[in-house]
Design a protein around this ligand. Structure first.
Ligand SMILES: Cc1ncc(COP(=O)(O)O)c(C=O)c1O
Length: 461
């Protein structure tokens, strides 16, 4: 990955917070702040001409990484946004694309981090490397907050620097000889890490899929839950609920079927519950609510979208002791080995923040942040509904999945960017099943979401 450029330009952004500001559909005249902000253009794959003539080492490139297509989706979206800003330097670009949080971290949480940070400057308060698996108090708080009465013990929980990092560490545990299934569409980290690990064959352009990955189609027709009778057996099944990008949340009955499917096939489910706290419906928040799941499932989760920790970095992964490989060896023991080898534990300051998140004030504050984004989601859903689009998601996740039947996702992405200066995410970036959709993220300041909706109405009315 090469850092290609670094420029300053104008974009609608985050400095004037409207956190907990009153919501109004009529506040179209609200001003939108346009601070100058430095952004990086990162180009992931293409090699510039001068590099082609440069001195080369004798080290051959990892052939698995070479299989990856273009850039990772989100850097590619960022690259196109940056190119748009070069073309329209004065455009007031609104980003509802990448899905990064915008609202400040509640004070009760940052105060705890500041306190821990200051303590590091004292002899009594200093600490260096901590337990690789996370601090005892945080593991206990995670178990009692999210897994009470589910039979998950404190030491089944591994604290981490985020769910994405754990997804890759899990892939290292599984190695290159396993087979993998993913929801189609799905969060791109599952497929990309699988490719990098060498679990796949080459990308097949005709079907827009990597060989040796089982793509479980999730469409409006099947209620965004795969038809399991048509899914081939794989060793590992990545399953995300509430789902990024479709916003769909699996029901108890569907998850019960998924757990049975995994058990019948001797597969392991990696259940990504990064958006569980966004759930409004009475669906399971954890896979471990399903009887028997402890023998077949791992769960990965994150503070990123609950507390605005996308930059702080803190998540966790649950691997029950009951989950065993075919030779009877506990999966958790191998994960522990990888964590100790490839990671040295989450930041102690971040963990202090995590503990504060789980205090009663912290939980309340996180609910307020989530409530704010859910209100944004409602505004976006209502806008597209009023324009006659078929809209999915939004109720249980901070993503709205908008259908543009018969159109290419990248074309719609470009049309919206060109005509409204709004960045969305093309559905096909999440897998071939996302073609014809765009994902609109609800992470944004209220005035920007309202302004974006006004522009959507202008474009599609
Ligand atoms: C489904 C899903 N899992 C994991 C992550 C990554 O979370 P983290 O910031 O904890 O790495 C994201 C981030 O957008 C996500 O959408």
């Amino acid at each position: 990955m090469s850092l290609m450029n670094n420029l300053s330009t104008s974009m609608i952004s985050s400095s004037s917070s409207t956190f907990l500001a009153p919501t109004s559909f009529n506040s179209r005249t609200q001003s939108v702040s346009v601070p100058l902000k430095s952004i990086n253009i990162v180009k992931c794959v293409a090699t510039p001409q001068e590099q082609q003539n440069a001195y080369k080492t004798k080290v051959s490139r990892n052939a698995n990484i070479a299989k990856l297509q273009a850039g990772y989706l989100f850097p590619e979206v960022a690259r196109r946004r940056a190119a748009h800003l070069l073309k329209y330097p004065n455009a007031q670009v609104i980003s509802l694309g990448i899905g990064d949080t915008t609202e400040p971290i509640p004070d009760v949480i940052t105060s705890a981090m500041a306190k821990r940070s200051h303590a590091l400057s004292t002899l009594e308060g200093y600490s260096g490397y901590g337990a690789e698996q996370g601090e005892k108090a945080l593991r206990a708080a995670l178990a009692s907050t999210f897994y009470r009465n589910l039979g998950i013990e404190d030491d089944d929980i591994f604290v981490s620097d985020g769910a994405k990092c754990d997804i890759s560490r899990l892939q290292v545990v599984f190695g290159s000889n396993v087979t993998m299934a993913v929801q189609d569409p799905s969060y791109p980290a599952y497929v990309d890490s699988s490719v990098i690990m060498g679990q796949t064959r080459q990308f097949q352009k005709d079907v827009e899929k990597y060989g040796n990955i089982e793509y479980m189609r999730c469409t409006p027709e099947n209620g965004f839950f795969p038809v399991l009778s048509k899914v081939a057996r794989t060793d590992i099944i990545f399953f995300c609920s509430p789902n990024n990008p479709t916003g769909a949340a699996a029901t108890r009955e569907q998850l019960t079927r998924l757990v049975k499917f995994a058990k019948d096939n001797g597969s392991i489910i990696v259940y990504d519950s990064a958006y569980a706290m966004y759930m409004s419906d009475d669906n399971p928040r954890s896979i471990f609510e399903i009887p028997g799941a402890k023998e077949v499932a791992i769960e990965t989760a994150s503070f990123s979208k609950y507390a605005g920790f996308t930059g702080v970095r803190l998540g966790w992964t649950v691997i029950p002791k009951q989950l065993l490989f075919s030779d009877g060896f506990p999966v958790a023991k191998d994960f522990n080995r990888i964590v100790c080898t490839c990671f040295n534990g989450a930041s102690n300051i971040a963990q202090a923040g995590g503990l504060a998140c789980l205090s009663s004030e912290g939980l309340e504050a996180m609910q307020e942040v989530i409530g704010f984004y859910k209100e944004n989601t409602k505004i976006i859903v209502e806008t597209f509904n009023s324009l006659g689009f078929k809209v999915y998601g939004g109720k249980n996740a901070p993503y709205v999945w908008v259908h543009f039947p018969g159109r290419s996702s990248w074309d719609v992405f470009s049309e919206i960017l060109e005509k409204t200066h709004i960045v969305t995410t093309p559905g096909s970036g999440f897998g071939p099943g996302g073609e014809g959709f765009i994902r609109v993220s609800a992470f944004g300041h209220r005035e920007n979401v309202l302004e974006a909706c006004r522009r959507f109405k202008q474009l599609y009315n």
